[in-house]
Write a protein that binds this ligand. Sequence first.
Ligand code: GUN
Ligand code: FE
Length: 418
Amino acid sequence: MKIIIKGNIVNPISRLKTEYFANQALVIENGKIIEICNLQDCEKKYYAFEILNFTDKYILPGFIDLHLHIPQVNQRARYGENLMDWLKKYILKAENDFEKLEKAEKSIKTCFNALIANGTTTAVMYNSYHKQATDLAFKIAEKSGLKVFIGKVMMDYFVSGEQFETTENSLRDSYDLYKKWHGKDNGRINYIFSPRFAPACSLELLTEIGRLAKKEGIYIQSHLSENREEIEQVLSKFFGFETYTDVYYKTGCLTDKSIMGHCIHLNDYEFNLLKETNCKIAHCPSSNFFLKSGVFDLSAAERKGIILGLGSDVGAGPSFSMFDVMKSMNYSQPFHILPQKSFYYATLGNAQALGIENTTGNFAAGKDADFIVIDIKKYYPEFEFSNIEDLLAYLIYLGHQGFVYAVYVRGQKIELLN
Ligand code: GUN
Ligand code: FE
């Protein structure tokens, strides 16, 4: 497969820099980027290549969503509660329903189609605690063409007294799914161990996950310090731990392949633990607004040099659009955020958080050709800009699902599932 993609190419390089190539071409062979080339040269140099013409449109790396929940796709906009009551009132019931595979299948497809429609080409996802429904999510992911990290949520204990699964089942089912799916299709399909959060896990469960992390280098995702009530529950439930972060740290769940969602109310000591272990943070600003969880201390995390990225946290975050998440990131902070920076976090930065920056996240030669075609003129025919910062600001503040004209992963067009 040899293709030349003509258009205006937008390439994130760092938190400070995004490159812009007006009216040039992305050259792709066997699903990988060969180079960004100017039009005159490339038609001569690559004469046998098929040409796809997106003149007047913008070619961006596909977005990466570092944190979302598949079974919550139809539980968005459940308004009026903070985290713990929201979970009890809406979320746990909806996740229970994934026991019924027909229902699960519909929701999984709805979720993946929303990702595709919004230009997200890599997504890190919690499923429900069911093994079968999670196996199904992997099968659908395999078919979809998306890059995914999926885990069945692990929750062997809930403060309300409910037990959704035993510790043994939780570990065994997760391990089976990990063995079956992790690394499939050349690393497109990945398993991520997903203990829900400390209030829903026994110490034994977390300790076993930590042990496995040491032995097999598994990916782990969880939630950390999102809400004050949650923190109080952790400190009263786990005896002998001084902070919430200590619970994950001492059980071995903080590693360079762990991603902790939120991390809003951390103190300096806890930030240091994340830095020391090279654990990553999934910052989910729209969710934090929605559940009134608080404001993430972005400056502190950046000052410490902690690697972080952006997640929608659907369903607490109402929108799958990473445009919307980038916008919320800026709105939630007391200072202005450079558009290049939010864009970096939603693309290359998230790839770095996942340790897949060698294959994913921008258009460096040799990487997978994961890109989206953006049409601004359809909505804003008079749109003009004078530099890359203005273009990115336009996308961040005015961008939405309707801008996404086409989606490609590894050079293949991704179509909606039916
Ligand atoms: N903490 C534990 N579970 C969840 C969840 O499903 N969503 C959010 N936002 N926080 C959580
Ligand atoms: Fe979440």
